[in-house]
Design a protein around this ligand. Structure first.
Ligand SMILES: C[S@@+](CC[C@H](N)C(=O)[O-])C[C@H]1O[C@@H](n2cnc3c(N)ncnc32)[C@H](O)[C@@H]1O
Length: 252
């Protein structure tokens, strides 16, 4: 059972997650990320104790991204996952990264200059790419925010080449008793206060933990990926299950 730090916000998130309220959720989520974009990288490092870059590098390694690979990074935010993939894909590779928050893209643009990464403003429910385009697709902490996760997963499958792999890095549910309680206290109570201190935005940093209320657990997300059509779906718990990397492959 997840704790509750903001009943009103929890109810709002549950409301905008209902079918038929896609636009409302997208407008809300875009607003949250536009408003925290300037502080996003700093807050990411603070909140994860610097672990976030390690998780992305780990995901790139586990996916087997290779030099020359063509990669899509959805919900790219300030482009850190795209950068991690581009480092391995190299000059002969290409990373197509997109996000629907112009604020987040603006905060990340300087980081991709001179790199084989394109940054585009687009909605993950309608990725602007032809089918069978990418060797790999990545989404870091983005799937949770989609107004329709099942539809988003099918879109990722569509743009992957047959045999292409998808890596989804997102929040999980810690499974170690004691640690789980400590983590939830930190995530639901401390993080919003740090968000208030650093970014002067308590609500945006309350959205983050509260978005867990409607996000599938590790096994449920695995199931959703299988139902969307991915094969060889499995997940790896990171940080005791506070994060999880799900991997799936498009059938050949
Ligand atoms: C928590 S941030 C993650 C950013 C980056 N992937 C990372 O790992 O640091 C979530 C991002 O998803 C984006 N996002 C949420 N829903 C989206 C959608 N439907 N289409 C495109 N981007 C979306 C937000 O704008 C935000 O930049």
């Amino acid at each position: 059972m997840l704790p509750q730090n903001n009943k009103e916000l929890k109810e709002k998130i549950e409301r905008i997650n209902q079918p038929g309220r896609k636009k409302e959720k997208e407008t809300y989520v875009r607003g949250v990320f536009d408003s925290i974009a300037k502080f996003y990288d700093l807050m990411n490092s603070l909140m994860s104790f610097g672990m976030h870059s390690y998780w992305r590098k780990y995901a790139v390694r586990k996916l087997g991204i290779f030099p020359g690979a063509v990669v899509m990074d959805g919900c790219t935010g300030t482009a850190d996952f795209a950068l991690a993939s581009a480092r391995v894909a190299g000059a002969k590779g290409r990373v197509a990264a997109f996000d629907f928050s112009s604020g987040m893209l603006a905060s990340g643009r300087h980081k991709v200059e001179g790199k084989p990464i394109s940054l585009t403003r687009a909605n993950a429910l309608y990725p602007p790419y032809k089918e069978n385009t990418f060797d790999f697709a990545t989404v870091g902490c983005g799937i949770r925010n989609l107004a329709d996760i099942d539809y988003g997963l099918r879109q990722i499958l569509r743009v992957l080449k047959p045999g292409g792999k998808f890596g989804c890095l997102d929040l999980g549910r810690p499974f170690i008793p004691g640690y789980a309680q400590l983590y939830y206290f930190y995530f639901f109570r401390v993080v919003p206060c740090v968000g208030k201190l650093v970014a002067d935005d308590y609500e945006a940093y309350s959205y983050l933990p509260n978005s867990l209320h409607t996000f599938p657990k590790q096994e449920e997300l695995q199931d959703k990926m299988q139902k969307a059509g991915f094969k060889n779906v499995h997940y790896i718990n990171l940080a005791g299950g506070a994060m999880a990397l799900h991997i799936g492959q498009k059938p050949s």
